[in-house]
Ligand binder design. Structure first.
Ligand SMILES: *[C@@H]1O[C@H](CO)[C@@H](O)[C@H](O)[C@H]1NC(C)=O
Length: 127
């Protein structure tokens, strides 16, 4: 009876530890996907460290999701990526699908909501 109780306690405890550590990991990568993205340390972004900008704008096509992948390759290490969604409703989403912060390159996928257009601005800072 006591042994059963203890093993149950251990299982419950282990489950809690696993669940909380996996949610921590999710928090870390949370900002590489969303309607807008701010990834890395963007507290100080001097203009001379802005290495790439892109404006991705596509008109809607009924029943379709529009998409595009913006690709940057450089020789400095990226420390901040901002993807600003300029739409206010049916905003779609952006996702960093390769490289990114701490890499010299980034691949950023953007997708509109179905039957809607998209309008994203991308800023990459590296040094
Ligand atoms: C972010 O960058 C600023 C300026 O470069 C620096 O002072 C700060 O310590 C950095 N913060 C973190 C969490 O790395």
């Amino acid at each position: 009876m006591t042994v059963k109780f203890f093993s149950l306690t251990i299982i419950v405890f282990a489950t809690i530890v696993c669940a909380s550590s996996s949610s921590l990991t999710e928090e870390k990568v949370e900002n590489v996907y969303g309607p807008s993205i701010t990834d890395g340390n963007c507290t100080s972004t001097p203009a001379n460290e802005l290495v790439y900008t892109d404006h991705i704008e596509k008109r809607f096509i009924p029943f379709y999701e529009r998409s595009e992948t913006s690709i940057y390759y450089g020789d400095k290490i990226i420390y901040c990526i901002k993807v600003k969604n300029l739409r206010t409703s049916n905003v779609g989403h952006a996702k960093i699908i390769g490289g990114g912060v701490e890499h010299p390159f980034a691949r950023i996928y953007t997708e509109s909501a179905r039957s809607h257009g998209m309008d994203f601005k991308i800023y990459i800072y590296a040094k």
